[in-house]
Design a protein around this ligand. Structure first.
Ligand SMILES: *[C@@H]1O[C@H](CO)[C@@H](O)[C@H](O)[C@H]1NC(C)=O
Ligand SMILES: *[C@@H]1O[C@H](CO)[C@@H](O)[C@H](O)[C@H]1NC(C)=O
Length: 160
């Protein structure tokens, strides 16, 4: 009896599993390279998500996107802000560009999470408007620095 219940649970999990797999912060970071293309780089991180069928996204996908937001926030607080305070000149500017790219990644995760919730009937209009404004402002900041070097920082954290 116990055995068959476990089997049912396992197959249910397989059918409804999310599309994302657990990743380290370093694996999803887009902060390196150059500024200017953060939006596309962030979207590439989430390319497993079928944006034409968000209503069928799994709770695990929502959790993944929330955890991306959380670890990007932690990286900003504990890695970028500290490093920027300690740096100056070109090095500080490149770190700042990496921080903005990290914000674009974080906010893109938030927007996708809100889009899923919207597709699933949750009223997120207010949050959506506020977060989209932040995202678009950060994308503009990234684009304004296009082609200039951007620094990534290693940070020990993982998504759900
Ligand atoms: C960039 O996003 C952050 C949220 O992470 C927000 O607080 C900030 O205001 C945004 N930048 C601009 C210029 O709007
Ligand atoms: C990363 O964090 C985990 C969990 O907190 C810890 O066990 C591990 O030792 C850390 N790794 C490094 C390289 O600091």
């Amino acid at each position: 009896m116990r055995f068959s219940i476990a089997l049912i649970a396992a197959s249910a999990a397989a059918v409804h599993a999310g599309v994302f797999t657990q990743k380290t912060y370093n694996a999803i970071s887009i902060s390196g390279g150059v500024a200017g293309n953060a939006e596309n780089e962030a979207l590439a991180v989430f390319s497993a998500l079928d944006q034409n069928n968000l209503a069928s996204a799994d709770k695990a996908d929502i959790d993944f996107l929330k955890s991306v937001n959380r670890i990007c926030n932690d990286a900003e607080d504990k890695a970028f802000n500290t490093a920027i305070d300690a740096a100056s000149g070109d090095a500080a500017d490149a770190l700042q560009r990496g921080k903005i790219k990290n914000k674009v990644l974080k906010l893109e995760a938030t927007i996708l999470r809100l889009k899923i919730q919207q597709a699933q009937g949750v009223d997120v209009a207010k949050d959506m408007a506020a977060e989209l404004k932040k995202l678009n402002n950060n994308i503009s900041q990234d684009e304004a620095q296009a082609g200039k070097p951007s620094t990534s920082l290693s940070f020990n954290a993982s998504t759900s």
